[in-house]
Design a protein around this ligand. Structure first.
Ligand code: FES
Length: 105
């Protein structure tokens, strides 16, 4: 497991999201009321970018067909997605956000 510095916290303001790339992975990072969450960017249903989805109550809605994912667990909470997305452990210091990324996963 590798800990990777991905962005400056000032780059992701409250209640916004951002797409970051670590190794070959696309990861969607969300700031929800000051809490940072990170999940796989690509929806488990088809090719859509979850960083472009709408967020409410720690749930992101896929912009393509509307499946919803829990940002804390990655679980798909509504159809049409049935598989979860990967959740990445976040670590925040005063200035930067780090993600724990498994290179082999
Ligand atoms: S691509 Fe996300 S729900 Fe279909």
């Amino acid at each position: 497991m590798e800990k990777v510095k991905v962005l400056k916290l000032s780059e992701i303001t409250e209640n916004t999201s951002q797409l970051v790339e670590v190794e070959d992975k696309k990861i969607a990072v969300f700031n929800v009321d000051g809490e940072i969450y990170a999940i796989d960017d690509i929806c488990s249903h088809a090719e859509a970018s979850l960083s472009e989805g709408e967020v409410f109550d720690c749930i992101v809605e896929c912009p393509l067909h509307g499946a919803e994912f829990d940002l804390k667990t990655g679980e798909a909470t509504t159809l049409p997605a049935t598989k979860p997305v990967v959740v990445y452990k976040t670590d925040v210091d005063d200035e930067y956000l780090y993600l724990e990324v498994d290179e082999d996963a």
